[in-house]
Write a protein that binds this ligand. Structure first.
Ligand SMILES: Cc1cc2nc3c(=O)[nH]c(=O)nc-3n(C[C@H](O)[C@H](O)[C@H](O)COP(=O)(O)OP(=O)(O)OC[C@H]3O[C@@H](n4cnc5c(N)ncnc54)[C@H](O)[C@@H]3O)c2cc1C
Length: 410
């Protein structure tokens, strides 16, 4: 079977790895950038993603280049009191079947890139168009080449060309939030005692999240604020440090010290799209952000792309070149419910994180602390997400591959 993957981000490279592991050997990956590259920031690979990467034989690399996380600790941004713990660490490894990692995005991409063995990687190749009949798909590149394949996977991100070709061109919606991001060398954080966990501070209207990457030499900072508080909102644009400091004036320690230690922040707009009802048309399927951009407040968009990649590879492996459309429909059927829940809860988490009304904040904090009396490690919030075993789900009878129930937060 001739398979073409459009996009070499986490989703596209993971798709190549998973397809190779299923025995496919005629794969081409087309990436518009001249090299595989990710923005200079950290990423969380929760237990469900790490479990799949372990299955693919990549856990040692993750351990070597990432940091094993103790879990997520959420504090009030004003009084610094703990609101919620969702534990990972050793307990999480036993409970969810794999550790939780923090890693630099570039390192994760590099691990996936190195795991690709037989796929032909065509860098500097932007896909500009696609057409198909019942036997073949033809991709057109910016250079005017035509690439033929039996199946095409669109892993080309939130501004996907393939999505536009299949379902019409629309701009992603601005979420109303922007993220400040920075990597801070450990030397600049003398006296700051932050464990190897994800530490977050909530509200009003803003949040700050930090975790260690690069084996613990750098702290990754992600700060979400209303978009009206900054003057530019473009991927990778350098932010004005005075805007950043103003947004976190009065924050509790050690967040205040961490923000002051930042030298070169940049700004990522958070964009979104409504969840498509359909991710496949004939011999073409979308996955990852091309199919379903997910708000970042469960830190699971990339991990969902990993899960997509594995399920897709199993569906194609069970099928045949004459029944590609059926395999792709099965892929969507197995994934849609899970992704819809992750997308919904991620969006609800944005509300939980960024409440502004003091009474609502007090109510949220009380409810979370009350819940912790019987569920101290936050299973109610994480069990359905981090405990998901995509390797089993990909081969389970269809009626039993559905996601476990996720909580309703707002
Ligand atoms: C602030 C923030 C924090 C986040 N934190 C986390 C986290 O901690 N954990 C997590 O799991 N997720 C996180 N996410 C989500 C995660 O970043 C995305 O879900 C993930 O990167 C999507 O990967 P992808 O491969 O689908 O798309 P992308 O990473 O966008 O990759 C798409 C690739 O396709 C290429 N491409 C695009 N168009 C074309 C074309 N026409 N031809 C050829 N190539 C093309 C691009 O160059 C790119 O390489 C976060 C997101 C944000 C905004």
């Amino acid at each position: 079977m001739r398979i073409a993957i459009v996009g070499g981000g986490i989703g596209g490279l993971a798709t190549a790895v998973c397809l190779e592991r299923q025995g496919f050997d005629d794969i081409v990956l087309l990436e518009q950038a001249p090299e595989f590259t990710e923005i200079g920031a950290g990423i969380q690979v929760s237990n469900n993603g790490a479990r799949l990467l372990r299955h693919l034989g990549l856990e040692d690399e993750l351990r070597a280049r990432g940091v094993v996380s103790g879990g997520n600790y959420y504090y009030d941004i004003e009084d610094g009191e703990l609101i919620l713990e969702t534990r990972a660490g050793e307990w999480g490894e036993k409970t969810y079947g794999a550790p939780f990692f923090h890693i630099h995005r570039h390192h994760l991409l590099d691990i996936l890139h190195k795991a690709v063995v037989r796929t032909r990687l065509r860098l500097g190749t932007a896909v500009t168009g696609v057409e198909q009949d019942e036997n073949v798909v033809r991709l057109t590149t910016a250079a005017g080449d035509v690439v033929e394949a039996d199946v095409v996977i669109g892993a080309d991100g939130i501004r996907s060309t393939l999505r536009a070709e299949l379902f019409g061109a629309t701009q992603p919606d601005a979420s109303g939030y922007v993220c400040w991001r920075a990597l801070i060398p450990r030397e600049r954080l003398e006296g700051v005692d932050v464990p190897p966990s994800c530490t977050a501070w909530w509200g009003p209207d803003r949040s700050g999240v930090v975790f260690w990457v690069n084996g613990g030499t750098h702290m990754n900072f992600v700060g979400t604020v209303p978009s009206g508080e900054v003057r530019s909102e473009a991927w990778e644009s350098r932010g004005d440090i005075e805007d950043l400091r103003r947004s976190y004036a009065g924050a509790t320690e050690p967040l205040a010290t961490i923000v002051n230690a930042i030298e070169t922040p940049f700004i990522t707009g958070i964009f979104t799209r409504p969840l498509l009802e359909q991710w496949t048309v004939g011999r073409i399927a979308l996955l990852g952000d091309a199919a379903h951009p997910i708000w970042p407040f469960l830190a699971n968009g990339a991990t969902q792309a990993l899960e997509d990649a594995y399920v897709l590879s199993r569906c194609l492996a069970r099928g045949s070149v004459d029944a590609v459309a059926e395999s792709l429909r099965e892929f969507q059927q197995r994934r849609w419910g899970r992704v819809a829940e992750v997308a919904r809860v991620s969006r609800e988490m944005a509300t939980v994180y960024h409440l502004s009304d003091p009474a609502a904040i007090a109510r949220r904090n009380d409810q979370m602390r009350e819940r912790a009396k019987t569920d101290p490690y936050g299973l109610w919030l994480r069990g359905w997400l981090w405990g998901y075993d995509v390797v089993s789900a990909a081969d389970a009878p269809l009626d039993r591959s559905a996601a476990a129930a996720a909580p309703t937060l707002v």
